[in-house]
Design a protein. Structure first.
Length: 165
C-alpha cells in the first residue's frame, strides 16, 4: 500500500483547518448572541425591581425629593448599567436615601456572562429592594456579587450626564 505524500497530507490538513475556522466563528457568534439576549433580560428585570424601591421609601415613611432609575437601555451590546438614586430634602439639605449601581457584561471572548455586580452605598433602606433583587437573581440562576462602596458619583454628576438637570 503506497504511503501518502507529506505534501498531500499538509494540504488536506490545511483544507480541514480552513473549513473549521468559519464554523467555529459562527458557533462563537451564536453563543454571544444568546448571552446578549440574556444580558438584556437581566437589565430589564433589574430596572423593574429598582423601580419598586419607590414603594419601599413610602413604606418607610420617607418622602423623597428626587427618585431616579437611570440606564438599563439596550444601546450597548456588551454591557449594561442601571443606577438608583433617591434623595430627600431635610432641614434645607438634600440627603441620600438610596444610592445603588447594578451592572453586567457580556465579554467579547467569554463563554459566559460575567456575574452581575450590585454596588450599594450603605443606606438603611437597602435591605428591602436588595432582598427582592437577590431573590430574583437566585430564582433565575444568575451569578451576582454584592459590593458596598462608600464612594460613588454624586447625583448632580448623574443628572448632568443624562441631561436631566
Amino acid at each position: 500500500m503506497p504511503k501518502p505524500r507529506r505534501r498531500t497530507l499538509a494540504w488536506l490538513m490545511l483544507l480541514v483547518a480552513s473549513a473549521s475556522l468559519p464554523l467555529a466563528l459562527f458557533a462563537h457568534l451564536r453563543g454571544w448572541e444568546r448571552r446578549r439576549q440574556l444580558m438584556y433580560h437581566q437589565a430589564d428585570v433589574t430596572r423593574a425591581i429598582l423601580d419598586e424601591a419607590h414603594e419601599d421609601i413610602a413604606a418607610a415613611g420617607r418622602k423623597e425629593s428626587l427618585f431616579l432609575v437611570l440606564g438599563g437601555d439596550h444601546a450597548r451590546t456588551a454591557e449594561w448599567d442601571v443606577r438608583l438614586e433617591a434623595w430627600e430634602r431635610r432641614d434645607g439639605e438634600d440627603r441620600p436615601l438610596i444610592r445603588a449601581r447594578v451592572s453586567g457584561s457580556n465579554g467579547r471572548l467569554a463563554s459566559a456572562l460575567a456575574p452581575i455586580r450590585v454596588e450599594t452605598y450603605g443606606s438603611p433602606l437597602d435591605p428591602a429592594w436588595l432582598d427582592r433583587l437577590t431573590r430574583a437573581y437566585r430564582k433565575r440562576g444568575w451569578r451576582f456579587e454584592l459590593v458596598r462602596d462608600p464612594t460613588g458619583p454624586d447625583v448632580r454628576e448623574l443628572l448632568d450626564r443624562h441631561g436631566r438637570r
